[in-house]
Design a protein around this ligand. Structure first.
Ligand code: AHR
Length: 499
């Protein structure tokens, strides 16, 4: 690593907190799309399959990511899905056309198998109810099926299907991207608000302890954004607990400097919706709070193959990720920490094969570049998020103007005394001599410094070369009084663990 003339300073104070970091910020999303479920999670033909058909190697990789919650079963697939097709004896389950992705759905994996998968991973399920072709009755029945106790039809059906204990699903999404004209059963904002409110009512009659996520806008580029969010919230405020937001980032114009400054776009997206939440709460004179759930986020722009041509488990949107994508994902996670006062759930879309950190063949698995920032942050970010004062040289970008070269977040867990600092240097040319300065009590020791870095923004991990972009542990990180000095190379993501 070369020493640099350019310097930066990061000031931390464990009393200067933003809020508690919700563990659910490290969530994922698994949709019946392409090879996400079939050949990804569930693959009885694979040599890695366990007795349930679940891929052991995929489970092991997902455990490394320490995913805390998984949203299922869609996505656009959800809006034509009949959940009853996917429960009961496998031989009796119907094969259907999935109209969202023009694919053939065998229903060999359904709600109960998803629960087993979550159980095997130690993660929470987040189920979505179909508000496209689905009815409020279907939504209510699914809550009864999952959470009901013996003595009523759908709870007894679950028991007859071999699951005596309730699944106890706490988090539920009220449809998917209902603002999108592409969505099966798309509604306008008033219609959706009313349908979501009525679904919410009966679902909470079934189980008052559940938490509900209202569909917000599917992207900031929608013509109805953020009016959709305001109207849907005003119709359902007291019935729901979260508002969803979705966004997929991409280097569409080949403008890497702007692409690497995307954190600014992610922040303003949250700021707009946080303002909308405050406005509606105040207009309704409510004591109730609604938080944000970013339940689809990722980089997605290269692979646009979305037509399954009426086949089973087609190869759809199997995006290959590179170094610049990993640095964007790291910044997204930094933004989650910086906005953790209002953002409580986030689901990386998706987890296997379909725009995912993991790609599989029948007998192999590769961890893509974006796997590693997620793994490092879900492992190290604990407790309180700290407001870091950052002084760094500026980088010029076409889209966002001058942006500090460093994008930073930090955490401190008062219960364990563990701290962590997460720093992206998105300058493409400059190494920055960076001092991390603790203004309150400094940690006694640095427990580890991990870095993802490279010189080629397009470098990717492949089945042939799976370790092109992986984190390396740096040696020599030592505190000097209240200060740690590091050389941060261009195009790098560095994680400092301290205690
Ligand atoms: O994650 C892929 C698709 O992107 C989802 O099905 C949909 O909700 C979004 O548009």
């Amino acid at each position: 690593m070369t020493a640099s003339n350019l310097s930066a300073q990061l000031y931390l104070d464990t009393n200067r907190t933003i809020g508690e970091i919700s563990p659910l910020l490290f969530g994922g999303f698994a949709e019946h799309m392409g090879r996400s479920i079939y050949e990804g999670i569930y693959d009885p033909q694979s040599p890695h399959a366990d007795e349930r058909g679940l891929r052991r190697d995929v489970l092991a990789a997902l455990r490394e990511l320490d995913i805390k919650i998984i949203r299922y079963p869609g996505g656009n697939f959800l809006s034509g899905y009949r959940w009853l097709d996917g429960v009961g004896p496998r031989a009796k389950r119907p094969i259907r056309r999935d109209l969202a992705w023009h694919s053939i759905e065998t229903n060999q994996f359904g709600t109960d198998e998803f629960m087993e998968f979550c159980h095997a991973l130690g993660t929470l399920p987040m189920l979505a109810v179909n508000l496209g072709t689905g009815t409020i009755e279907g939504a209510s029945n699914l809550v009864e099926y999952c959470n009901g106790t013996p003595g009523s039809y759908y709870a007894d059906l679950r028991i007859a299907n071999g699951h005596p204990a309730p699944h106890g699903v706490e988090y539920w999404c009220l449809g998917n991207e209902m603002d999108g004209p592409w969505q099966i059963g798309h509604l306008d904002m008033e219609e959706y608000g009313r349908k979501a409110r009525e679904a919410a009512k009966v679902m909470k009659y079934q189980d008052p302890s559940i938490k509900l996520v209202l569909c917000g806008s599917s992207s900031t580029s929608m013509p109805t954004y953020p009016e959709w969010d305001r109207v849907a919230l005003e119709t359902c405020w007291e019935q729901v607990d979260y508002l969803s937001l979705h966004y997929y980032a991409g280097n569409h114009d080949g403008d890497t400097a702007s692409y690497l400054a995307q954190a600014s776009q992610f922040e303003s997206h949250i700021d707009t919706l946080a303002g909308t939440l405050r406005y509606v709460k105040s207009k309704q004179r409510s004591q109730h709070d609604v938080y944000l759930s970013w339940d689809e986020w990722n980089v997605w722009y290269k692979n646009q193959e979305m037509d399954g041509r009426w086949t089973q488990a087609p190869h759809l949107i199997e995006e290959v990720y590179n170094l610049e994508d990993a640095l964007v994902v790291a910044q997204w996670l930094n933004v989650f920490l910086r906005k953790c006062d209002v953002l409580k759930i986030a689901c990386l879309a998706q987890i296997v094969n379909v725009i995912a950190p993991i790609l599989t063949t029948t007998d192999c698995l590769v961890k893509q570049t974006i796997f590693y920032p997620f793994m490092l942050m879900s492992k190290f970010a604990r407790g309180q998020s700290l407001a870091v004062a950052t002084k760094a040289p500026l980088v010029s970008t076409r889209q966002f103007g001058e942006m500090p070269a460093l994008d930073v977040s930090a955490s401190h867990d008062p219960a364990t005394g563990q701290s962590a600092v997460f720093v992206v240097n998105h300058s493409q040319t400059e190494t920055l001599s960076t001092d991390i300065i603790w203004q309150s009590e400094a940690p006694r020791q640095i427990t580890g410094v991990y870095q993802i870095a490279g010189t080629d923004v397009k470098a990717a991990n492949t089945f042939e070369h799976p370790n092109t972009i992986v984190p390396r542990q740096l040696v020599g990180g030592r505190m000097d009084g209240n200060k740690l000095s590091l050389q941060l190379p261009p195009l790098s993501f560095t994680v400092v663990g301290a205690s």
